[in-house]
Write a protein that binds this ligand. Sequence first.
Ligand SMILES: CC(=O)N[C@H]1[C@@H](OP(=O)(O)OP(=O)(O)OC[C@H]2O[C@@H](n3ccc(=O)[nH]c3=O)[C@H](O)[C@@H]2O)O[C@H](CO)[C@@H](O)[C@@H]1O[C@H](C)C(=O)N[C@@H](C)C(=O)N[C@H](CCC(=O)O)C(=O)O
Ligand SMILES: Nc1ncnc2c1ncn2[C@@H]1O[C@H](COP(=O)(O)OP(=O)(O)OP(=O)(O)O)[C@@H](O)[C@H]1O
Ligand SMILES: N[C@H](CCC[C@H](N)C(=O)O)C(=O)O
Ligand SMILES: [Mg+2]
Length: 483
Amino acid sequence: MKLKELLKGIHPTTIIGEEDIEIAAVNIDSRRIGKGHLFIAMRGTQVDGHRFIPKAIEQGASAILCETIPEQQKAGVTYIVVSSTEDAAGKVATIFYGNPSMRLKLVGVTGTNGKTTVATLLYNMFRKFGYKCGLLSTVCNYIEEEAVPADHTTPDPIALNQLLHRMAESGCEYVFMECSSHAIAQKRISGLHFSGGIFTNLTRDHLDYHKTFDNYRNAKKAFFDSLPKSSFAITNADDKNGMYMVQNCKATIKTYSLRNMADFKAKILECHFEGMYLEIDGREVGVQFIGKFNVSNLLAVYGTAMMLGKQPEDILLAMSTLKSVSGRLEPIRSQEGVTAVVDYAHTPDALANVLNAIHEVLDGKGKVITVCGAGGNRDKGKRPLMAQEAAKQSDRVIITSDNPRDEDPQSIIDDMLAGLNMQQRKKTLSIVDRKEAIRTAVMMAERGDVILIAGKGHETYQEIKGVKHHFDDKETVSALFND
Ligand SMILES: CC(=O)N[C@H]1[C@@H](OP(=O)(O)OP(=O)(O)OC[C@H]2O[C@@H](n3ccc(=O)[nH]c3=O)[C@H](O)[C@@H]2O)O[C@H](CO)[C@@H](O)[C@@H]1O[C@H](C)C(=O)N[C@@H](C)C(=O)N[C@H](CCC(=O)O)C(=O)O
Ligand SMILES: Nc1ncnc2c1ncn2[C@@H]1O[C@H](COP(=O)(O)OP(=O)(O)OP(=O)(O)O)[C@@H](O)[C@H]1O
Ligand SMILES: N[C@H](CCC[C@H](N)C(=O)O)C(=O)O
Ligand SMILES: [Mg+2]
């Protein structure tokens, strides 16, 4: 594609050099630059991409998109200056990949918890309706049936547009994607055309990155502020920030709720370990999920399908066949009658909700032993709160390692333990080795008890000092059950 075509979506303040040149690829990472590429220099959290302009040119870049022009310019290279390369990257990538989001119906999901669940259930539901679909999620990306491993919840703008392009080329009609707060703040989704947006909920997370809760909340809100008039926004009226999110939103706004007046409403009629009976908009449906929060997730799915023009009967029929997403409240039973529940709860709110869901079903007929940790290089403030939530609703707690990343595992555990009072400390153990922690929980558990193994869900690794070692909570507990 010609450089001048790419520049149509952005507003350069300066252009030095030839615009009528062919661009073979666009990239934000100098390490991936090849001959005839456009290198976009971004100011990151670790380094300033402008530093790598000489390296990019050395590797064959024929054009540079930047915020400040290097003092030494190379003849034959075109320099384009914009006020924000972060914003321009997505727009340029979108044009380069043929505006894929205009060729499909793209629905974005944001919120602290529930994004993967809602996006994945929509993908599964719309495939059941017979459509070709795409999914961009924490667990895995899908182009129809083809799995493309995910290393981010929301990919970088180049990878994102490349994936959307492949989805459009494969004939996908609907794409459901998670929009993380990092991605919104870093404008990874800039230039995309959304048909709809969904808000799940907002509680504490990622304050290491956003610094204040207000910044975090406004990052999520920016997604709704940017939705076009032609799209829809579905928000959770039970969340205290539900209406705030859509305050300045131009889209058609719809609400869902278990408690308040709303466009889409649900009630729990019955609840077992196998699932729940719900009433959704006056119709009954049996679903294979437990937990009130999953009713909210299912309502978001229902509302979205309605806004995409599906009939209530068809939606509920498909909904009744949906199964839980990998590593989200996934039960594994031992022959001795102990149930392990593997769940991705990695925030205080998620832990409280998951334990609530377990108690709703357990109904006092067994003990709850919780094994959990907290991630290293992430929000430290959530650690004591996570331990507190675990202790509040568990008979025994084993604090262990999650992904320590570059931090000392014991000091993360200490941060968690600091959240407990004397009473809570008495029922709490700490074991750094996650496998040993799970083994101890299995040894403690008796018939009828539930072991909640929280924090890592679908993850098949444990990241310690930059190295990802194989680790799988489901595999570990299943092996221990069969020992
Ligand atoms: C904190 C954070 O979000 N960082 C993301 C950010 O990187 P950064 O700003 O730190 O980049 P940097 O390392 O400072 O580099 C700046 C620029 O120089 C470039 N560079 C760098 C080195 C070099 O040799 N050459 C070069 O060109 C880089 O490509 C980049 O464009 O932009 C990168 C490209 O989009 C991301 O890969 C990176 O994700 C890091 C690895 C990460 O761990 N992110 C997590 C926190 C994250 O994004 N999580 C959310 C999920 C949260 C949730 O689900 O709740 C997600 O969406 O996955
Ligand atoms: N609607 C919800 N409200 C509160 N907690 C939820 C909700 N849905 C799921 N959870 C809890 O949060 C955990 C993560 O769920 P899910 O993976 O769907 O969220 P996510 O928003 O995609 O998370 P991430 O930010 O890591 O991408 C689940 O394992 C469950 O414990
Ligand atoms: N998307 C979240 C996932 C956290 C999962 C947990 N296992 C951890 O490593 O902290 C994050 O990157 O903060
Ligand atoms: Mg997710």
